[in-house]
Design a protein around this ligand. Structure first.
Ligand SMILES: [Zn+2]
Length: 430
């Protein structure tokens, strides 16, 4: 099993771990005591101290949890763990499609179990200590249960059909799998909010009152129907606030967290709503969906060229080529390419965020958006000074400073993208 592919897998996994730790390290070293003038009013001294501690706690946590995952995958690789699980799956059933389902079921369930103590610690120790956590143990475990059921139903269903395609169409299976994935992606982008979200959260129409009036008059002027705006009970799990736009055509909707409504003024909420309407006007969901479909097609095609290669299965400890072992080895071999694709997608996402912010500036009020963004940063204890390299790799949103500077720039000079963004501490709507 220690063939060339085995060593390539090893190099990729080690390089990925080292890169990730290096980025986290330089990011953690970047603590400036002197914030840029635009950000001086985000934290007072006490809040800033708390933010720095929150950042440190998260960094320590991510070091431990990512090192643990790294050790587990190394052990799986060195001791032929995947081939051992394959043996169990075959022992349970000899039906080829079912045994693949059992194989991935054991892996998914096992990795979820190993991850559970970490997510318990994250939610009930770290988030709790800094006053963010609102989740009860009951909600936590119910979420897990629902996640497993959904994963088994949807993930298992899709996987079964793809393995079946592989058995009946051979090398052309990628094309059928692509059609299936496309239909599924379009279906999900239309019905995710009405089918999946209600399993976890309650979504209600906006209540009557001053806020509804303000939102109503803005959305009417922007040509967005009020009955596409929902409030979700994010406060069931966390005090952190957010908002997002999802769906296509008649299924489009803007979702505001109840925590966002609690934290912001009416003007601030309208500014956030205007940002989301900006995403809708500029068709960001549609272009994201199309990009995802193209990317899936390319990945599946490349997969079809490699999956039968006996070297892949051999590297995981199996004497004969197996589709599901090939799939796992391919997933690791492909990860440098998906890393590059991820960089590109983050870059596009950051440009979309600037565009949505610009929509607020042109159709509502830039200064209200700035106040809202700052308030959310304060409440979420966001890191205001991440390392540019870390931002380049991981942020899907520009940093607060970049967004404020882009909003402040003169019209006509255009917005020069500074190449950075944020996904991290929950800030700043999608
Ligand atoms: Zn956005």
């Amino acid at each position: 099993m220690y063939n060339t592919v085995f060593f390539v897998l090893l190099v990729i996994l080690v390089a990925d771990y080292v890169l990730e730790r290096y980025l986290s390290f330089i990011n953690s070293q970047r603590r400036s005591t002197e914030l840029p003038p635009e950000l001086k009013d985000v934290y007072d001294a006490e809040q800033y101290r708390k933010q720095q501690e929150y950042k440190k706690a998260n960094e320590r946590f991510s070091l431990i949890s990512s090192s643990f995952s790294f050790l587990v995958i190394m052990a799986m690789l060195f001791f032929g763990g995947f081939s051992i699980v394959d043996g169990w799956a075959r022992y349970i059933t000899s039906q080829p499609v079912l045994s693949v389902l059992v194989f991935f079921g054991i892996l998914a369930f096992g990795s979820d179990l190993l991850g559970t103590p970490f997510s318990l610690y994250d939610t009930f120790v770290i988030e709790e200590r800094f006053g963010f956590n609102k989740t009860t143990l009951k909600t936590f475990f119910l979420d897990k249960l629902k996640g497993w059921l959904l994963g088994a139903l949807i993930g298992g269903g899709l996987l079964a059909v793809i393995v079946w395609f592989y058995h009946i169409t051979g090398p052309l299976f990628w094309l059928y799998a692509w059609i299936l994935a496309t239909v599924f992606a379009v279906f999900m982008s239309m019905f995710y909010s009405s089918l999946i979200v209600p399993l976890f959260n309650r979504q209600t129409p906006l209540e009557q009152g001053e806020l509804r009036e303000a939102i109503s008059s803005f959305s009417a002027s922007a040509g967005f129907r009020l009955n596409n705006i929902y409030v979700i009970d994010g406060s069931k799990r966390s005090t952190k606030a957010n908002a997002y736009f999802s769906g296509l055509g008649p299924k489009k909707r803007i979702v505001l967290y109840d925590t966002l409504i609690k934290d912001l003024t009416t003007h601030g909420i309208v500014a956030v709503l205007a940002h989301e309407i900006g995403h809708y006007k500029k068709k960001h969901t549609l272009t994201g969906l199309i990009t995802g479909i193209i990317q899936t097609g390319i990945t599946l095609f490349i997969l079809s060229l490699f999956v039968d290669n006996p070297q892949l299965s051999a590297a995981l400890g199996s004497p004969q080529p197996e589709f599901h072992l090939g799939l796992i080895a391919f997933g690791i071999l492909y990860s440098p390419i998906s890393l590059l694709a991820g960089l590109l997608l983050n870059y596009v996402s950051r440009r979309n965020e600037y565009a949505a912010d610009r929509y607020v500036k042109e159709h509502y009020k830039a200064d209200e958006l700035v106040i809202a963004l700052k308030k959310l940063s304060t409440n979420n204890l966001s890191n205001l000074t991440p390392h540019p390299a870390y931002v380049f790799f991981h942020y899907s949103h520009p940093t607060l400073l970049q967004r404020i500077r882009a909003l402040g720039r003169d019209e006509g000079r255009g917005t020069r993208d500074e190449g950075q963004g944020t996904r991290d501490e929950g800030l700043v709507f999608k």
